[in-house]
Design a protein around this ligand. Structure first.
Ligand SMILES: [Fe+2]
Ligand SMILES: [Fe+2]
Length: 490
């Protein structure tokens, strides 16, 4: 068995055929896979075992390939991401386990980055990884200096270690946040134009809206946390437009979790953005009513699914009709058991796109403040309802995926901590076992002083004597404390 082959023998391109960023993304991925593979076999077998030797050789070869081409190799962990020589690696479903395993091992020993020197051999990797895994398991909080000392004691000098960086001081996150804000604002503006022109009886162009959807999909494939965070703004005056954009963001992020391809995500995003297009043909006097809806008003509202199909027929500029968007428009309130509206004439099954949009729609609608809903429900309560109440008619598998995406405590939830601090959930924890320990922003100290912008903390952080530093006791409504969640995401 050869150990220096680093790409599968498919006759396809090898790593050396790529350059720059694309080389680093591929080689970095391979590094993560081989690193994870080596950690696994080291845990299972004694060092002299052949599987261990092969895995270490493969890892050392991958590292050397990067070093030869790039002249350096630094691997850095920053909150949920792994960077190789400042190129961020893409995280997707099939490398999720390796990513989170590596991130949690590094985090547990307080290592933020490691640099590999050209002389690193298989044995050095064995010592290095065994040490990290042992320290992580023991929960020892050594400094990087102490770790380096231990390596040196074992005769290994081919690694350099850097300390952990705080989650929010990375440049990358700032840039990602800016990009997300631009995408969001632009999406709302274009959606507003389209909905208003339908309302005025014009036929809007579909081309502009397609670009918006592409922007959202690309942003989510690149870095989803920032865009998901922006859905919490939920502007009351702009509800119609922000709702469409939010449902699009949630649907695309959810579709991605469920394994849809990029092209499918474009289709899904378009359908999600247009799911309520029919409402632009419902009189504003009905949409803006706060109470006392008459039978006629209800008839108007219940007509929006098929009014949406009609509106989609009138879109300009498409080669073909947005067929899937029409299906979603008509099906998104039907429910899995078809007890919703409109009532289908023949038996049918809600399409997967419709089931995804129904979950995204149900969540955004219930957590927003609208004309007839002055106090929205807490995001956690809404998720629990969708999961546990069969009458909501949601697809359990899709709901499960959604809870996985948002965490048990979705982004934007206000939580009370056992330290008497208040915090807002910023991102779900990248480690799957830590779903109940998200990354949060502390927005009020233990005496009730409001903090702005407030620090980000990871709830898996442990104190010097073991045990978690902070734990969520319960969720609460931000209104009770005069906190506006959206302020912390702009
Ligand atoms: Fe709807
Ligand atoms: Fe909706």
């Amino acid at each position: 068995m050869t150990s220096n082959r680093i790409t599968p023998a498919t006759g396809g391109p090898t790593l050396n055929d790529f350059t720059g960023d694309s080389f680093l993304r591929r080689a970095g991925r391979q590094l993560v896979v081989t690193l994870y593979g080596a950690m696994r076999v080291i845990r299972l077998y004694p060092p002299e075992n052949e599987a261990v030797r092969n895995a270490l050789d493969e890892l050392a070869t991958t590292a050397r390939t990067i070093l030869e081409k790039e002249g350096e190799l630094e691997c850095r962990a920053s909150s949920e991401f792994i960077f190789v020589n400042s190129t961020r690696l893409r995280l997707d479903l099939d490398n999720y386990a390796s990513f989170s395993q590596i991130l949690s091992t590094l985090r547990a020993c307080g290592v933020g980055s490691f640099r590999v020197l050209p002389e690193a051999r298989s044995r050095d990797w064995l010592v290095f990884l065994s040490l990290l895994m042992a320290e992580a398991k023991a929960g020892n909080e050594l400094t990087t200096g102490e770790l380096l000392g231990k390596l040196e004691g074992a005769g290994v000098t081919s690694f350099d270690l850097g300390p952990q960086q705080h989650a929010d001081d990375s440049d990358f996150q700032e840039r990602a946040k800016e990009a997300a804000k631009r995408t969001y604002a632009q999406s709302v503006a274009v959606t507003r134009d389209v909905i208003n022109s339908v309302r005025m009886g014009q036929a809007p162009s579909i081309r502009k809206i397609k670009r918006v959807v592409q922007g959202i999909v690309d942003q989510i494939l690149n870095e989803e946390t920032s865009l998901l965070g922006l859905t919490t703004i939920r502007d009351y005056d702009e509800y119609t437009f922000t709702h469409s954009v939010n449902v699009c963001i949630f649907s695309v992020a959810l579709g991605r979790r469920l394994g849809l391809s990029k092209l499918q995500l474009y289709d899904l995003g378009l359908a999600a953005l247009f799911h309520d297009l029919g409402k632009s043909r419902v009189p504003l006097s009905v949409l803006n009513k706060t109470d006392g809806l008459t039978d006629d008003d209800w008839r108007w509202l219940a007509a929006h699914p098929w009014l949406g199909v009609l509106a989609l027929f009138h879109m300009r500029g498409q080669q073909e009709l947005p067929y899937r968007a029409m299906v979603v428009a008509v099906e998104h309130h039907m429910k899995m058991d078809l007890t919703g509206y409109p009532k289908p004439i023949r038996p049918r099954e809600q399409s997967i796109f419709s089931r995804i949009v129904a979950v995204a729609d149900g969540f955004d609608a219930a957590t927003s403040r609208r004309a007839y809903q002055t106090v929205p429900m807490s995001p956690a309560a809404v998720l629990a309802g969708m999961r546990d109440n069969p009458r909501r008619g949601m697809d359990p598998v899709v709901v499960k995926g959604f809870i996985n995406l948002l965490g048990v405590f979705p982004v934007g939830t206000l939580v009370v901590l056992d330290t008497f601090e208040l915090a807002i959930v910023h991102a779900s924890n990248p480690v799957p076992e830590a779903m109940s320990r998200p990354i949060v922003r502390i927005v009020s100290d233990d005496r009730g002083n409001v903090l702005y912008p407030g620090n980000l903390v990871d709830l898996t952080e442990q104190g010097p004597s073991g045990g978690y530093k902070r734990t969520i006791i319960k969720t609460d409504t931000p209104e009770r404390y005069g906190i506006n969640v959206g302020d912390y995401f702009v």
